[in-house]
Design a protein around this ligand. Structure first.
Ligand SMILES: [Zn+2]
Length: 290
């Protein structure tokens, strides 16, 4: 059986919840599950390289048989092998095809060439989209709220503030209607000019500043979109939000709301902890649907 040689066309960045496509590859994984690759899909897969947003929940229907999708992961093919969730390269690397692998339990009757319909459960998708949009806004609000703690010039975010989020983040988890981000403030960040020692004492002030910014952005109802160079899974995609003081962009492979009018509010809570000789900052973000 030939391996996928082109990226899966993905329609979830536009918010699609259903799609029709053709089966291009079927690969048993040896654990009872089978990876099914389509030429196009609305199903958001988890990317193991940066697993922030979980896979969609939903079904794959082939020849009238509905298969629950147990998981969906980014797969990569170099023409010799299909790596399902364990690609040795970053998504988007030249010379590789990046595909959405829909994992199903019983693949009987699923053959290359067959037509397949994908249906995504809308409530779970909507909650993750709200959580992911809130997560990006929270990172921008945190950067601005922490800007006074930098003593040296640092790389900046799309709003011109020192990009603490990008420099310190170790893990980001998109949750239903929220997110949990973990930052590590170690020696290298201190060397770059971040006044780590001051942070624990100013946590309340920093979260109040971040929450005030978030309240203003949500009240503005700013439009949100995904900018991209192409429709293939491996193409670069960017989250864009038209804030009143200027549009801001963040590279992102996830799903999002269409406008901040879909939210009633976003709030963050910050806490610090000692972790292996470094200071850890955790930001819990919660989005309230409108
Ligand atoms: Zn993102």
């Amino acid at each position: 059986m030939s391996l996928p040689h082109a990226d899966t066309i993905v329609t979830y960045p536009d918010g699609d919840l259903a799609s029709t496509g053709t089966v291009v590859h079927v690969e048993p994984l040896g654990d009872g599950r089978t990876a099914v690759v389509l030429d196009r899909t609305a199903f958001h897969p988890v990317d193991p390289v940066w697993p922030d947003q979980p896979a969609d929940v939903g079904t794959l229907t082939v020849n009238g048989v509905e298969h629950p999708v147990l998981d969906a992961v980014v797969g990569a093919s170099d023409g010799n092998a299909l790596y399902v969730g364990d690609a040795p390269v970053r998504t988007g690397t030249d010379g590789w095809a990046f595909v959405v692998c829909h994992l199903v339990a019983h693949a009987t009757g699923i053959e290359p060439g067959a037509e397949a319909t994908v249906t995504v459960e809308p409530d779970a998708r909507g909650a993750f989209s709200a959580g992911h949009t809130a997560c990006h806004l929270a990172s921008l609000a945190l950067n601005e709220a922490l800007s006074g703690l930098w003593t040296k010039e640092a790389p900046t975010d799309g709003r011109g503030n020192p990009n603490f989020d990008q420099l310190a983040i170790t893990e980001s988890r998109i949750l239903p209607d929220g997110s949990l981000d973990t930052y590590r403030i170690g020696k290298s960040l201190r060397k770059k000019g971040f006044a780590a020692a001051e942070l624990p004492g100013r946590l309340a002030e920093v979260s109040a500043a971040a929450n005030a910014l978030l309240a203003g952005w949500v009240a503005s109802g700013a439009p949100v979109s995904i900018v991209r160079t192409g429709d293939g899974l491996g193409e670069r995609r960017t989250w864009r939000c038209e804030l009143a003081d200027g549009a801001v962009e963040i590279p992102c492979g996830g799903t999002h709301l269409h406008a901040l009018t879909q939210l009633a509010g976003i709030r963050v809570e910050l806490e610090t902890a000692e972790a292996e000789g470094a200071l850890e900052l955790r930001m819990r973000t919660e989005a309230a649907p409108a």
